[in-house]
Design a protein around this ligand. Structure first.
Ligand code: IMO
Ligand code: MG
Length: 428
């Protein structure tokens, strides 16, 4: 009877979807705790790659209840599209199988328009957001003017709230010299969406506690990654939600005693999409090699926006920081197969800041921006590892690479993935 937190340990896109899909099999509930449709999670079923943005990884596990927890911001248009798509593939997301917490906030058209306007205003300092309206939606939550999902079942109150949202957004859009939104058109579009999703709304906190009391298991599925966390990430180049373990507690409404496993998903190298510091970034052919050509869905191109991701060597300083702020109990290492054939491999073991070594990931952006990585070289391997199903199947150099991660972070690597298919994740 416990909660397992599944967290992105880097800058997002660590392969959380694949791991969540696997862990969903042993859970009664899979709850997404943060973010909105800025996330892009991939699940491979057979030869098919399925992308999800809002719906948790329990979608294709018939006995799992999927929860959109209070910490999320939910775009109903995206949700409708995604539910239709997944149902078409057999997910059967009925109100019994998909629950939206009444306290979750709705992400509405004004937020999307303002996300775009904010980015234009920032000019060369733009964050490179996904332009899904995430920042403005959380701004409204903190300003206490957000429209909560609880209103979906009350058509009159919902219409009033949407009109207030549009009026409020239009005031801000005018300041930015942006065109105003049409309240009537938005009300007309959203009324049927509200009616459609009203039966899905409920008290998921009560559901979570009832599930724990029955002795069943809950998976809290994160979006984005630790270094994009609003408090502990590379602010201001972050998303607007709590991506870390603390976010699980506030969103699901559970105390820390219930969280028994905290799994950090980390790629065997690093990637980042959008602007902001990235000490181990490679802008050369090696970076391009890690990225891939985009020909296969496993390559490093944004699954929400299609943008090519920035890539670089594994940053152990950042990963150790992630282990600390999340209290990781284990690491799942993904995409180890991508390193095959690269020799030597490099991992960052310290930063140099004004010619002084530092071993802690700096929370101050001004410091981080001046840090250069200090690398340690490790031997590579040549043989194809995509067929490995046990740690013993990996070449010595790959096992040394894993050992280096464990030694540096003090956290054990519990699973390794060597390809995108369900069968290509094995327990260590
Ligand atoms: P998953 O769940 C990687 C990045 C954006 C931008 C910053 C802020 O697939 O790992 P936002 O739209 O959230 O205001 O953008 O955060 N970002 C992600 N990067 N993976 C994601 O999600 C991301 N979601 C947002 O690129 O730099
Ligand atoms: Mg992604």
């Amino acid at each position: 009877m416990s909660v397992t937190a599944l967290i992105g340990a880097q800058w997002g896109d660590e392969g959380k979807g694949h791991i969540a899909d696997r862990l969903a099999a042993e859970s009664a509930i899979v709850a997404r705790y943060n973010g909105g449709d800025n996330a892009g999670h991939s699940i491979t079923i057979g030869s098919q790659v399925i992308r999800t943005h809002l719906i948790p990884a329990g979608a294709f596990h018939p006995t799992v209840t999927n929860v959109l927890a209070p910490g999320m911001v939910i775009n109903l248009k995206s949700l409708a599209r995604e539910v239709d798509e997944l149902n078409h593939l057999g997910a059967n997301l009925t109100p019994d199988r998909l629950k939206i917490d009444g306290a979750a906030n709705l992400l509405l058209p004004g937020h999307i328009a303002l996300d775009g306007a904010n980015e234009v205003e920032r000019g060369s300092h733009a964050i490179g957001t996904t332009k899904r309206g995430i920042g403005p939606a959380y701004t409204d939550k903190a300003a206490r003017v957000a429209v909560r999902a609880a209103l979906l079942g009350d058509p009159d109150a919902f219409e009033r709230a949407v009109r207030e949202h549009v009026a409020h957004s239009n005031q801000l859009l005018t300041l930015y010299d942006q065109p105003a939104l049409d309240a009537d058109a938005i009300v007309k579009e959203y009324a049927p969406l509200a009616a459609r999703f009203a039966p899905f709304v409920g008290d998921t906190t009560a559901l979570v506690h009832a599930t724990l009391e029955r002795g069943e298991h809950i998976l809290a599925e994160g979006a984005q990654g630790t270094l994009l966390d609003i408090d502990h990430g590379t602010y201001p180049f972050v998303t607007s939600s709590s991506t870390i373990t603390g976010g699980v507690l506030t969103s699901l409404g559970v105390g820390p005693k219930h969280v028994k496993r905290v799994i950090g998903v980390a790629k065997a190298f690093c990637s980042r999409v959008g602007a902001g510091p990235f000490p181990t970034e490679l802008s050369d052919d090696m970076g391009a090699r890690l990225r891939g050509t985009g020909a296969n869905p496993w390559d490093e191109y944004g699954s929400t926006t299609g943008r090519p991701r920035r890539t670089g060597w594994l940053d152990l300083v950042a990963l150790k920081y992630s282990a600390r702020v999340n209290g990781l109990t284990e690491i799942v290492l993904t995409k180890l197969d991508i390193l095959t054939g690269i020799h030597p491999l490099r991992v960052c073991i310290a930063y140099s800041y004004r010619d002084e070594p530092i071993s802690n990931f700096p929370s101050d952006l001004a410091v981080l921006e001046q840090c250069t990585p200090i690398f340690s070289e490790l031997p590579g391997w040549e043989q194809d590892i995509s067929g490995a199903r046990r740690i013993e199947d990996l070449p010595l150099a790959a096992r040394v690479y894993i050992l280096q991660i464990e030694t540096f972070t003090g956290v054990r690597v519990s699973h390794v993935s060597v390809g995108p298919e369900r069968s290509q994740i094995f327990e260590v």
